[in-house]
Design a binder for this molecule. Structure first.
Ligand code: ADP
Length: 446
């Protein structure tokens, strides 16, 4: 760089020195110096002009103009920069093309929305899956275009850890699984995929279980009817057959219970929860009745059963389903608590207007590793114990389903040897406030 400046000075000197000599000879020093400076200026203006033309027209393609001195340095720097930028642009363009191809090939729908739920970008699959216009709908609010209430609710809730299944807006038999993933600065990616095949397979599995259960029910009813009649004629049967008869009665009762539970699960699986089915459910009375049932079920085990009931709290829901779920929890507490143990049923207010039904026991407890799997169908920590106590391994699966249908969630706390607490947390939207009806309201006793 220094060198080019020296060249410039040398050039100026080379012009001024002869001009000074000429000026001294001709006694017109001023004019000859002015002439030299003008030549110098013309040289620079010429270079400036060439530089400008190069920048405006040929910069990207042609080689830079061949100029020397400071101009040469300047041109070289600009040329280097422009080459670098051209390469960068090319690479970026290539990347953009690849990204475009990738998003086109993507079978999943992707829509990017901002914090105002305004669509910023979407791919082709999203356009066809949701009938959106990839150009005209940019800048529109997603809620104005995807109007299904369940989607609106899902978007509003902002539950990024769960997926929503819904029917395609165009074809009801196409099932879509939708996820919302937050990223960047208040942006969210709505990703949807076609899960119709998986859904159909699930449907076939459900239908199969429901059909098998239905088919088995009738022959089983016949068998247990015969066994019942034989039971009545017990004294006439040979002594040798009596224990077998008892065993057969026990096993058919167990099979009937399994079939009933499977049918309950299929019903919960296949029927959509409809607002029309919701009634005002008197949970306080239900909990009191469950306590009586628990005493009968416990029989000689003589558990100490406490209750804490807020008589003002009712629920909006399906009575039969809620009873089935709560009864399952109470029955488990009785079956997995040794004789003389304590059981407490609580129906109380929780934070933010929610309500909690809690069954705690001082029973055998559950190891931490088993807790996440308890609501799986037929999952039993101790198969022998479950069977011996009349369990089917389906109780908690039913509880989970019923709670999901009521917008509630199940929490399980347990320590082996110390006992367990199963809590159902019902959201405020389900809770009804009722005037106290019974004088024993809110009592804690047994
Ligand atoms: P089951 O009919 O076998 O009781 P559930 O689905 O109701 O089936 O429960 C699944 C398993 O969870 C049970 O087999 C048992 O091992 C465990 N479990 C459920 N409730 C309790 C409890 N209160 N105390 C200890 N273990 C329990």
């Amino acid at each position: 760089m220094m060198k080019s400046w020296l060249t410039e000075f040398a050039r100026l000197l080379a012009l001024c020195a002869p001009a000074m000599i000429l000026g001294a000879v001709t006694t017109h020093l001023g004019w000859s110096l002015l002439g030299a400076v003008l030549i110098f200026l013309a040289y620079h203006l010429g270079n400036l002009y060439r530089l400008q033309r190069w920048l405006q027209t040929d910069k990207a393609r042609k080689h830079p103009p061949d100029v020397g001195g400071v101009w040469g340095d300047l041109v070289a720097t600009l040329y280097r920069e422009s080459k670098h930028r051209r390469r960068l642009k090319h690479r970026l363009g290539h990347l953009l093309d690849e990204f475009d191809e990738f998003t086109r090939a993507m079978p999943d729908a992707m829509i990017v929305i901002d914090e105002q739920n305004v669509i910023r970008w979407l791919n082709e699959a999203a356009a066809s899956m949701f009938e959106l216009d990839p150009h005209a709908d940019l800048g529109q609010r997603i809620g104005h275009l995807l109007r299904q209430p369940e989607f609106q609710h899902f978007l509003h809730q902002g539950r990024y850890d769960s997926t929503l299944e819904l029917s395609s807006p165009q074809q009801a038999d196409i099932r879509l699984s939708v996820r919302i993933v937050p990223f960047g600065q208040q942006r969210r990616l709505i990703a949807a995929r076609d899960v119709s095949d998986f859904f159909r397979l699930e449907q076939m599995r459900r239908d199969f279980i429901a059909n098998v259960s239905h088919e088995l029910r009738t022959p089983l009813t016949v068998l247990s009817g015969y066994l019942e009649s034989w039971e009545e004629m017990r004294v006439q049967l040979p002594e040798l057959l009596r224990p077998s008869l008892e065993h057969m009665r026990g096993q058919t009762a167990r099979m009937q219970q399994i079939i009933d539970d499977l049918l309950t699960l299929s019903r919960l699986d296949s029927q959509l929860a409809r607002a029309d089915d919701y009634e005002e459910v008197p949970i306080p009375a239900m909990v009191s009745a469950l306590k009586e049932d628990a005493i009968i079920l416990g029989g000689s085990a003589a558990h100490v059963i406490d209750t804490e009931i807020d008589d003002t709290l009712w629920l909006r829901g399906v009575t039969k389903e809620l009873h089935s779920a709560m009864a399952n929890l109470v029955s488990n507490a009785v079956r997995y608590t040794p004789a003389g143990g304590r059981i407490c049923l609580r129906w109380v207010r929780a934070e933010n207007g929610a309500a909690r039904f809690e069954v705690s026991d001082s029973g055998i407890g559950i190891a931490a590793a088993d807790i996440p799997r308890l609501t799986e169908r037929f999952y039993r920590v101790d198969k022998g114990r479950s069977r011996a106590s009349g369990g089917t391994g389906l109780g908690l699966a039913i509880v989970k389903h019923v709670l999901e249908r009521h917008g509630a969630r199940l929490e399980i706390l347990s320590k082996p040897g110390l006992g367990s607490t199963f809590s159902c947390l019902f959201p405020a939207s389900r809770v009804l406030q009722k005037p106290i009806e019974s004088p024993t309201a809110g009592s804690l006793g047994n």
